[in-house]
Design a protein around this ligand. Structure first.
Ligand code: PEP
Ligand code: MN
Length: 337
């Protein structure tokens, strides 16, 4: 249920409404917007008399929220969520460019790529230290050592780091990363979602390969229900009958999510296609469709990459693409203004 307050509500009446709701076991999320304030009520709201609340002097309107996700729902929080990570901003009209290798392979590799992508306009460094691989015989990532190399790259470039947490046991090692990534394969690992909901770093949830929008938003809800409101959604392609591309990029996710949620939306054209030649056109498509940023795999030697070489851009190709993306983003904003 949401309660839309009249502008400048009487303070005493508001406090007494809040106290009464809390006495009924309701948790209240207050969203203060430029125009008006909204109270988002979570809990057993079936016991509340809507008409009684609507009749209060300070209340403009009361609505039931049908969707099972509440905190992630735009009805609860009409203004876009903007997340500040170091010097990078995610959401709020900027274009976040997360770039870097699929996997951290060595200190030299990740530092060199970080420097290159920063020079091209990337605002965050991506890189996997713990890798979810389809085959147990494939490179599994450098683990804790990989996280240390990412931190060296951050120190050298100032780029905040985003890296995947695969298992609860790894969480203590992630104290010093900037954004925790939950991979597609773990989108419904509910214990993992609860754990990252109880810590305060931003969390980026990649869409599960066969997840609906609602299932994906419910995963965001798990994190937010724990108290962590800094959640980012990342569309990375879904499994369809088409096998030419690794996955099928669902660009409709951008306008649909924009309507359903206030959370920032990132698109990953690398895992969506599996082919480096398709990364640029789909990245451009994603920006034209209104995403808040992109996550792109970049490798200095894709032919010898330990993971996902075929979908990785060389730094020179990323440089050309990043410039186009920033121009296109500025144009799209101008057209939408
Ligand atoms: C990744 O970003 O490294 C990754 C494994 O992506 P996904 O979880 O989308 O497959
Ligand atoms: Mn990858």
């Amino acid at each position: 249920m949401i309660v839309i307050l009249k502008s400048d509500p009487n303070r005493e009446q508001l406090e007494s409404l809040i106290a009464w709701l809390q006495s009924k076991g309701i948790i209240i999320h207050t969203s203060v917007g430029a125009e008006r304030t909204i109270l988002g009520l979570v809990g057993d709201t079936s016991q509340l008399d809507m008409d009684l609340i609507a009749a209060l002097d300070i209340v403009e309107d009361v609505k039931r929220v049908q969707e099972p996700y509440k905190n992630a729902n735009r009805k609860f929080h009409p203004e876009d969520t903007v997340i500040q990570v170091g010097n990078a901003q995610i959401g709020g009209g900027s274009l976040t460019l997360m770039a870097g290798p699929c996997s951290v392979e060595s200190e030299d590799q990740v530092v060199a790529i970080a420097k290159a992508v920063k020079a091209s306009g990337a605002t965050m460094l991506r890189g996997g230290a713990f890798k979810p691989r389809t085959s147990p015989y494939s490179f599994q990532g450098l683990g804790a050592t990989g996280l240390e190399y990412l931190k060296v790259a951050r120190q050298e470039t100032g780029l905040p780091i985003v890296t995947e947490l695969m298992d609860l046991s790894q969480l203590p090692l992630f104290k010093d990363v900037d954004v925790i990534q939950i991979g597609a394969r773990n989108m419904q690992n509910f214990d993992l979602l609860k754990a990252v909901g109880h810590q305060d770093k931003p969390v980026m949830i990649k869409r599960g390969m066969s997840a609906t929008y609602e299932e994906w938003l419910m995963s965001a809800e798990y994190v937010m229900a724990g108290g962590n409101e800094n959640v980012i959604l990342c569309e990375r392609g879904i499994r369809t009958f088409e096998s030419y591309t690794r996955n099928t990029l669902d660009l409709a996710a951008i306008p649909v999510l924009r309507k359903l949620t206030h959370l920032p939306i990132i698109v990953d054209p690398s895992h969506a296609t599996g082919k480096s030649a398709l990364v640029a056109p789909l990245a451009m498509g994603a920006v034209a469709t209104g995403c808040d940023g992109l996550q792109i795999e970049v490798h200095n030697d894709p032919a010898h990459a330990l993971c996902d070489g075929p979908q990785s851009l060389r730094p020179e190709a990323f440089d050309v693409l990043a410039r186009k993306l920033l121009k296109l983003h500025a144009t799209v904003r101008e057209l939408e203004a």
